[in-house]
Design a protein around this ligand. Structure first.
Ligand code: NAD
Ligand code: MG
Length: 395
């Protein structure tokens, strides 16, 4: 029986993970669940899954929730704050940790899971983008197993040579791989006249044509910063250089990414746009099992289209690729700036095109901090957030 901790259980990925777990009661048991603000939703999850622990943001919330669950005869112990998250991510009983907190807030517990040598199911791309090599080193040095949940990276993983999958390390390009083709739908504004983008509202930006996701990643999909973060994520996960990754717009989201080999073969992974497929793949790897996702019906798929990205439409994608080409510090800084600018956009305080403008201003300002230890990552993250707040306030 695999014991699973879900960090960010009340979010879109957390709920899909619980759906997969419910289909395999003989295989998985929930050790811990966490939520930041949706305590009511967490309460219902606790009563259904009866985890050993649950984690909320503050001691006050924990105390209240503890009384509620106890009154229902439930034994779950409620913890609070970042210490609680780290404890349930690294507890000795745990086999797998689903890292599904949104943003760099997920970094410390995800890193703790890697340091404790767990199977880390990585949805929280921001933590890898922010910490980069430090995170990958923690995985390697502690014998952790890192399996990508992001649908593109999970697709790429599935298309890689079996020897690489088994060990999950080393440059791919010695194994006959010539390119990673990272696909993305282009989001809800793919055909919107560029001049109209400035007036797009949060409600329009989060209405993704193919995927149902949390708010932040939905906005990132509209700006294609999501693909930019995924570009950086792919470089780190697969030990690839920026020139070995190509972004391809594929509006139907049927192909989830591809790997091109030196003999001319291209392998692709296809499926419904439903995160339960990559979640089930990673949780049961190297075996396969039910995810609840319907198979593709090829008669229904009229066509598959592919286009190059237009950087005038998606300046955030360009910023991310440039950051990836520059250095880790730029990636950490950009991720922090983007978390702030997206939050300000969602709060109605800046416009849609201000997101890229603010991110660009932060990148142009830069940082003198160099990363050698985790505190340097946290310092650049703080610096990027402070700069972005300042530039947002000037808009
Ligand atoms: P979401 O907003 O639906 O859920 C986020 C979860 O994180 C919630 O449980 C929330 O309580 C928790 N959380 C938020 N802020 C927190 C904080 N400061 N401290 C602790 N917990 C906090 O987001 P989501 O769509 O499920 O995405 C989660 C992660 O997975 C993101 O990094 C996203 O990029 C990635 N991802 C999501 C999808 C998808 O389809 N939703 C696909 C690929 C990758
Ligand atoms: Mg993705």
């Amino acid at each position: 029986m695999q014991q699973v901790t879900i960090l960010g259980a009340t979010g879109s990925i957390g709920v899909s993970t619980l759906d997969v777990i419910q289909r395999h009661p003989d295989r998985f048991s929930v050790f811990a669940l966490s939520s930041h603000s949706r305590v009511e939703k967490l309460y219902h999850q606790i009563l259904t899954f009866e985890p050993k622990y649950a984690v909320v943001a503050t001691p006050q919330q924990a105390q209240k929730l503890q009384a509620q669950v106890a009154s229902q005869g439930c034994q779950t112990q409620i913890l609070a704050g970042p210490e609680g998250l780290v404890a349930v991510a690294s507890a000795s009983e745990v086999d797998q940790v689903m890292a599904a907190i949104v943003g760099a807030a997920g970094l410390l517990p995800t890193l703790a899971a890697a340091q404790a040598g767990k199977r880390v199911l990585l949805a929280n791309k921001e933590s890898l983008v922010s910490a980069g090599k430090l995170f990958m080193d923690a995985v390697r040095d502690n014998g952790a197993e890192l399996l990508p949940i992001d649908s593109e990276h999970n697709a790429i993983f599935q298309c890689l040579p079996a020897q690489w999958q088994a060990k999950q390390r080393g440059p791919l390009f010695s194994k006959g791989v010539s390119k990673i083709l990272l696909t993305g739908s282009g989001g809800p504004f793919r055909e919107t006249p560029i001049a109209e983008l400035a007036n797009k509202t949060p409600a329009q930006a989060v209405a993704h044509p193919n995927w149902s996701m949390g708010q932040k990643i939905s906005v990132d999909s509209a700006t294609m910063m999501n693909k930019g973060l995924e570009f950086i994520e792919a470089c780190r996960l697969f030990d690839a250089k920026p020139e070995q990754i190509e972004v391809v717009i594929h509006p139907q989201s049927v192909i989830h990414s591809m790997v091109q080999y030196s003999d001319g073969s291209v392998l692709a992974q296809l499926g419904q746009p439903d995160m339960r497929t990559p979640i089930a793949h990673a949780m049961m790897f190297p075996e396969r099992g039910q995810s609840g996702v319907e198979p593709l019906n090829f008669a229904d798929i009229a066509k598959l289209e592919f286009l190059p990205p237009d950087f005038n439409r998606y300046p955030c994608l360009r910023l991310a690729i440039e950051a990836c080409q520059q250095d880790q510090e730029s990636c950490t800084l950009l991720n922090a700036a983007n978390e702030v600018s997206v939050a300000r956009f969602l709060a109605g305080q800046i416009g849609f095109t201000d997101i890229a403008a603010v991110n660009g201003e932060v990148m142009a300002t830069g940082t003198d901090i160099r990363i050698t230890v985790l505190d340097d990552v946290l310092a650049i993250d703080q610096h990027g957030r402070a700069l972005a707040e300042q530039f947002c306030a000037q808009r």
